[in-house]
Ligand binder design. Structure first.
Ligand code: PMP
Length: 290
């Protein structure tokens, strides 16, 4: 594997960052997880935009233009001769001292890793996931905006530990008011009487790029979609439920807190969205080898 760090490609064993990098010391940085399918990077401009927005929100100036970043990312995939896979794009505050202040960090560190991925076993896409509600609440927007895809994922990790300990595939996170925010690494959707609902971003979820694709597919299929505040009640009584994320793609949920959703089987509308999503990913995207 060849890994990009600040303009140079390194073999996996040689790809290292300083112990004084504030990405390591403080989780001070931003990142993106990006998929490529069939020699095309899916929703690349959207991921680049979100990365630069996240960076701006934490006062981090990325030392590459968007076009340079795009080219570096495509070159990393080419260097690894991959055709389908996952890209992790990371920009840390860079090397500083042991103090918290980012002032001493002169240059952000840019890291690009291109690899393969399979988040959940294939059978789970057919059978559906079990989800539990986590006691860990989503960090309040007044503390840290959930729109920032930062390297500081401890809030989600604490919730993921709860889900793992309960033997669940994912953990549902509520905000301080008790409304549904998102799962630890995915956005959440429910279907009731043929309509789709997902929490507003203001409830504390990430503005998922897969989430936006679901809105596009809903428009194409003529399925009504809206963003009301949701509680666990809405999930318990839903006909169908599914999660979305770059890594997870679109995955059905059949249980929340040991309660079956919609008869405990993935529903027909979810199946339609999964099929359409796969269709779109095979043809859309920025070409890698041209
Ligand atoms: N919420 C969180 C907390 C995430 O980390 C992610 C990305 N894995 C998502 C939602 C889904 O976002 P996207 O569709 O852009 O991957």
């Amino acid at each position: 594997m060849k890994i990009y760090i600040d303009g140079t490609f390194y073999a996996e064993g040689e790809a290292k960052v300083s112990v004084f990098d504030h990405g390591l010391l403080y989780g001070d940085g931003v990142f993106e997880g990006i998929r490529f399918y069939n020699d095309r990077v899916f929703k690349l401009p959207e991921h680049i935009d979100r990365l630069y927005d996240s960076a701006q929100a934490i006062c981090l100036t990325i030392p590459l233009s968007r076009e340079e970043m795009t080219q570096a990312l495509l070159e990393t995939v080419r260097q690894n001769q991959l055709h389908d896979g996952y890209i992790r794009l990371i920009v840390t505050r860079g090397v500083g001292n042991l103090g918290l202040s980012p002032d001493r960090c002169k240059t952000p560190t840019v890291i690009i890793i291109a690899s393969t991925i399979a988040l959940y076993p294939e059978e789970l896409y057919k059978r559906g996931l079990d989800v539990i509600t986590c006691g860990t609440r989503r960090v309040a927007p007044g503390a840290l905006s959930s729109a920032i895809k930062s390297l500081n994922y401890l809030n989600n990790i604490m919730a993921k530990i709860e889900a793992n300990q309960a033997g669940a595939g994912e953990g549902l996170m509520l905000n301080e008011q008790g409304y549904v925010a998102e799962c630890t690494g995915d956005n959440v959707f429910v279907i009731k009487r043929g309509e789709i609902f997902t929490p507003p971003i203001s409830a504390g979820g990430l503005r998922g790029i897969t989430r936006a694709v679901i809105f596009d597919i809903a428009a194409d299929l003529g399925v009504k979609i809206s963003e009301p505040e949701l509680t666990r009640y809405d999930i318990y009584v839903a006909d169908e439920c599914f999660l979305t994320g770059t890594a997870a793609e679109v995955i059905p949920v059949v249980k929340l807190d040991s309660r079956s959703i919609g008869g405990g089987k993935p529903g027909p509308i979810t199946a339609k969205f999964i099929a359409k999503f796969h269709e779109v990913t095979q043809v859309d995207g920025t070409p890698i080898y041209v």
